[in-house]
Design a protein around this ligand. Structure first.
Ligand SMILES: CC(C)(COP(=O)(O)OP(=O)(O)OC[C@H]1O[C@@H](n2cnc3c(N)ncnc32)[C@H](O)[C@@H]1OP(=O)(O)O)[C@@H](O)C(=O)NCCC(=O)NCCS
Length: 429
């Protein structure tokens, strides 16, 4: 067995350097000693989109993309989806261990206690245009919460941090539901703390004039599992935004607004919406071959396929595919599922997708379920945000407690103009 080091020779100078390897990585900063002269800044790494750079050491979520494995704190996602609840999973992600019965009761009580939002938030939402995208409303209202809880800026005060964490997990469904009701022109529904986390969310979305809203138990159960499946996914775009913005030591509401903004994009949390649009556009199973040919010619992407990390079937997509049938049994079958199944079958036999290891990801079936539940497409990313909240918070806390972390500040390779003198506007050509 050789040494855990990497020897590099700089052919510009002929000098060799021995760099330590730890956990399968070399430290980029160790390259800085490699210089051609004493005034040289030193060697840097260039890694656009962080394709091969670890930004942190983490103990939260493990993914093996080649094998299609996802664990939260060591527990396989399939077991959590089958046996845990969303709030228990949230506790696990944040605390690191599964709670005892009394710990879970206290955690659940704390979340339930914080579901209301300040009345001025309602007025704030009223100011949005009638057709405002709920995700745009969510980004702004989550950020606005920081102005209601100025003590949240004490990010190193662990007790205050705990309260903000309860507030964020508790209030995000309320904000999401208000955003949806605003879009529909419906009165806002206050939280019902006698219901479960998912049941209360369904109540805030759908309750009309009933005295007591009773959520459909199948939809309540499926939604809870969907939240579990979305709860964390290590250093994805929104978690990196949470960590990156949080590294400035801003309060967690502002950092969460940044994470929500990252999730808004069509390549991240907006993909499930794009999948439903795509399936509607395809229209029928007969139109799939022509659509696939268009994808192969680069005219469009097969939305809900492909992943930066998974080069195998996304384990969450497998669970979601099963959930779809539970939802259809409860509320009726969506015609889009037949197009989706056929699309998946054809794509997984086609060399274009096979050779690029493009498999269905979490978004391929989730949008179909949400649509069958009666939710409009632009609410889909908002549901993703509710599920992802505990993951963002766990990542944020881990970053704050990590003594190696500092304000995130990448380097660049400057390719712009050299020094030049300012020219008066009258003298410019
Ligand atoms: C998720 C995603 C952004 C990952 O992108 P990435 O890691 O940068 O992967 P790349 O863009 O390098 O893709 C590698 C190859 O597969 C192709 N590819 C990737 N996803 C594809 C898709 N959904 N449809 C068609 N081709 C795709 C790329 O064009 C590229 O082909 P090339 O080698 O001929 O250039 C990308 O797969 C995608 O856009 N998927 C659709 C959106 C989606 O479902 N997002 C949800 C993610 S959970």
């Amino acid at each position: 067995m050789g040494k855990d080091t990497l020897t590099v020779t700089d052919n510009r100078t002929g000098k060799s350097y021995e760099l330590p390897i730890r956990d399968g990585t070399v430290r980029a900063i160790d390259l800085r000693q490699i210089k051609v002269s004493s005034d040289d800044f030193g060697l840097m790494t260039y890694d656009p989109a962080f394709m091969n750079t670890a930004s942190c050491r983490s103990r939260i979520t493990y993914i093996d993309g080649d094998k299609g494995i996802l664990h939260y704190r060591g527990y396989p996602i399939e077991q959590l989806a089958e046996r845990s609840s969303f709030l228990e999973t949230a506790y696990l992600l944040i605390d690191g261990e599964l709670p005892s019965r009394s710990q879970l009761e206290t955690f659940t009580r704390n979340i339930t206690y914080h579901t209301m939002v300040h009345e001025n938030i309602r007025k704030f939402i009223d100011g949005f245009r009638y057709d405002a995208h709920p995700m745009g409303i969510l980004v702004s209202t989550v950020g606005a919460l920081s102005t209601f809880y100025p003590e949240a800026k004490n990010v190193f005060d662990k007790e205050s941090r705990r309260t903000e964490l309860y507030r964020l997990i508790a209030k995000i469904p309320t904000l999401a539901a208000y955003a949806y009701r605003h879009r529909r022109g419906l009165p806002y529904v206050y939280p019902d703390n006698d219901l479960s986390y998912a049941g209360n969310f369904l109540s805030m979305l759908f309750r009309m004039t009933e005295r007591q809203y009773v959520p459909n138990p199948v939809l309540e159960g499926v939604l809870d599992v969907l939240f579990i499946l979305h709860a964390d996914h290590e250093q994805n775009c929104s978690a990196s935004a949470m960590r990156g913005v949080g590294s400035s030591q801003v309060d967690p509401y502002s950092a969460t607004a940044a994470a929500c903004a990252a999730l808004y994009g069509p390549l991240h949390g907006g993909a499930n919406e794009a999948v439903v649009r795509m399936l509607n556009q395809i229209g029928s199973a007969g139109a799939i071959p022509a659509f696939i040919e268009g994808v192969k010619r680069g005219e469009q992407k097969l939305m809900g396929f492909g992943h930066r990390v998974y080069k195998n079937y996304d384990p969450r997509a497998k669970v979601i595919k099963r959930l779809a049938y539970e939802v259809f049994d409860a509320v009726g079958r969506s015609p889009l599922i037949d197009i989706a199944l056929e699309l998946e079958r054809i794509a997984l036999q086609d060399d274009y997708f096979v050779s690029r290891k493009l498999y269905p990801n979490v978004d391929f079936y989730s949008g179909i379920i949400y649509q069958a539940m009666g939710l409009p497409m632009d609410v889909f990313p908002v549901l993703f945000a509710i599920g992802r909240m505990p993951g963002w918070l766990a990542q944020w806390e881990e970053m704050l407690d990590d003594e190696e972390q500092k304000i995130a500040r990448p380097r660049q390779i400057y390719l712009g103009s050299g020094r030049r003198d300012y020219v008066a506007i009258s003298e410019r050509r």
